[in-house]
Design a protein around this ligand. Sequence first.
Ligand SMILES: Cc1ncc(COP(=O)(O)OP(=O)(O)O)c(N)n1
Ligand SMILES: Cc1nc(C(=O)O)sc1CCOP(=O)(O)O
Ligand SMILES: [Mg+2]
Length: 209
Amino acid sequence: MKLRGLYAITDSQLLAGKFLAYVEAALDGGVTLLQYRDKSSDEARRLREAEKLHKLCSRYKTQLIINDDAELAARLGVGVHLGQTDGPLTPARSLLGRHAIIGSTCHDQIELAEQAAKEGASYVAFGRFFNSTTKPGAPAATVEMLAQARTRLQLPICVIGGITLDNAEPLVAHGADLLAVVHGLFGAETTQEVTRRARAFNDLLKYSV
Ligand SMILES: Cc1ncc(COP(=O)(O)OP(=O)(O)O)c(N)n1
Ligand SMILES: Cc1nc(C(=O)O)sc1CCOP(=O)(O)O
Ligand SMILES: [Mg+2]
């Protein structure tokens, strides 16, 4: 499967009271990967919500990725996204099997991405490219670094951090395959607007090489 398109990421605060409706609206517009990102320690709720997302994603043939938690991903038989302090990639690959999608946060460092590639990552993520309301303190990355990463890496490249329909195009032009978005997608006022934005993000990737 080609990893290219919109990578929608949930946010439990932003989506409070409209979680499944907004996720389904995004799936209606087209989502390549959906990440369940919940930074709370409420394990029972995390399991419940992840199971619901898994069912929904299966209906839409969208791949579900769990943030941070390889054990939960293994329990559901889905992929995982691991940051630099979320545990090593090699055991996660052994746990999840060779077909699972495993992503790795590489901030603005191509060397981290090359290492992640050696350890079996399915994609690498660079960011933050713009100001982010979801994660304001994330280290910053530049399009120059992205362009260089594109020439050095064979793996799909994901970009993240403050991405909106108004600023995403240069990232695609500099080599991004996956646009990872929280607020620029789910910050919409209505479900119809979420669907429209999802379609528009995908179009940005469809009509470029
Ligand atoms: C697609 C994608 N890219 C980067 C991140 C950030 O991961 P991490 O640095 O582990 O930070 P948290 O999201 O866990 O706060 C991500 N989740 N997804
Ligand atoms: C979870 C996360 N990681 C980042 C990184 O740079 O590693 S930026 C980020 C937040 C993404 O949300 P939004 O689209 O609302 O900015
Ligand atoms: Mg993490």
